[in-house]
Design a protein around this ligand. Structure first.
Ligand code: KG4
Ligand code: ZN
Length: 334
């Protein structure tokens, strides 16, 4: 079954075509216009989506080699995300659905990240733990079956990606901060500066990254001289290490609690190579762990994952209709 996927929840305008879970084409435009503002400007994101959406969809369909009439459904992200940005994708998909007389399927963006792990795969093995680490979320879910999700961990303040972005900004780096910090950290010393892993009173599974950001702020504020290049590299490496250690520590806690050692990791931060190598070390130390993550190109926002998540809904006959609304604050289990 051929599916058109559309993703416009933040600052990527993306469309993809899949045959079941196999991706035939995926076109993603990263809206670099936001770089000069140091973060995503919601109103500009919506306008850019509006300019780009029909060209991006055309390109994805053209490159897939199929005809519009072959499509079985159009799947579109309807939350969580930026209101105006979501609206562009959803309204475009509604028009596409009416014009071509095919059903529309609303897809949860976070569920999309989860299913990014199953792009091009034949089947999905449950149960597993799913860690979602993006610019807006840091969560660990126990996934017992399709749409049978239990939330074990979440952040009580900033998301991990947000901690990368805010830290990068303090270090004078560009947005998005994750890749910038990673680049700098490659040549830095990971234990020159100490950044604490927050302990949360209410639940040891939860995350907190705002203290980390504050530590960096005071370190920079109280410095006695201008930062050298090597100071910056060491700061980036130590800061990155603290975020990644927190992610891995909580993942192990939840794994111990649930007894589940099969894990999938998704979201923009999963593009981080140091994160991947630390996860590999974990598996090398304890072979009973099995950890998978999507190819780098499917870690950050893309429509391929919306196709695959839409396919899951299609085979479960979960269609939306023309009244499909947007939900900027949707949880994965909703
Ligand atoms: O999933 P995503 O593309 O968008 C959201 O739904 O938020 O994630 C974007 C986040 C940003 O905070 C960005 O800094 C972070 O993922 N990110 C990274 C890397 N690439 C993207 N963080 C660390 N290392 C990276 N290589
Ligand atoms: Zn995302």
């Amino acid at each position: 079954m051929y599916i058109l996927g559309i993703e416009t929840s933040c600052d990527e305008t993306s469309a993809a075509v899949s045959k079941d879970r196999n991706i035939l084409s995926n076109t993603t435009v990263n809206q670099i216009v936001h770089t000069e503002y140091g973060g995503v400007v919601p109103e500009i994101a919506s306008r850019e989506h509006l300019v780009l959406i029909d060209k991006v969809v055309d390109k994805a369909i053209h490159e897939s080699g199929i005809k519009i009439k072959d499509l079985k459904a159009v799947a579109v992200t309807n939350g969580p995300g930026l209101k105006g940005a979501l609206m562009i994708g959803v309204n475009f998909a509604k028009g596409f659905s009416i014009a071509n007389d095919i059903p529309i399927i609303g897809v949860n963006h976070m569920e999309g990240h989860l299913f990014a792990n199953f792009i091009d795969s034949d089947n999905i093995r449950y149960p597993f733990l799913c860690m979602l680490v993006s610019g807006g979320h840091t969560q660990i879910w126990l996934v017992k079956g399709y749409q049978d999700y239990k939330l074990y961990s979440t952040t009580i303040d900033d998301a991990a990606g947000e901690a990368f972005d805010k830290g990068a900004r303090m270090l004078g780096l560009n947005y998005p901060g994750g890749p910038e910090i990673e680049k700098l950290a490659k040549e830095g010393v990971i234990d020159r500066f100490s950044f604490p892993i927050a302990k949360i009173k209410e639940s040891k599974f939860n995350f907190s990254f705002s203290g980390l950001k504050t530590s960096l702020y005071y370190l920079l504020k109280n410095k006695s001289s201008e930062l050298s290049d090597s100071d910056k590299k060491d700061l980036a490496a130590s800061y990155q290490e603290a975020i990644l250690n927190a992610l891995i520590q909580k993942l192990i806690y939840v794994s111990n609690e649930t007894g589940v050692k099969h894990m999938v990791i998704s979201g923009g931060v999963t593009a981080n190579q140091r994160f991947r190598s630390k996860l590999s070390n974990l598996v090398n130390e304890d072979k009973s762990y099995e950890i998978i993550y999507p190819p780098i190109k499917y870690c950050t926002d893309n429509a391929a994952m919306i196709c695959v998540s839409g396919y899951e809904k299609l085979i479960n006959k979960q269609f939306s209709d023309i009244t499909l609304d947007i939900y900027p604050n949707l949880l994965m289990s909703e």
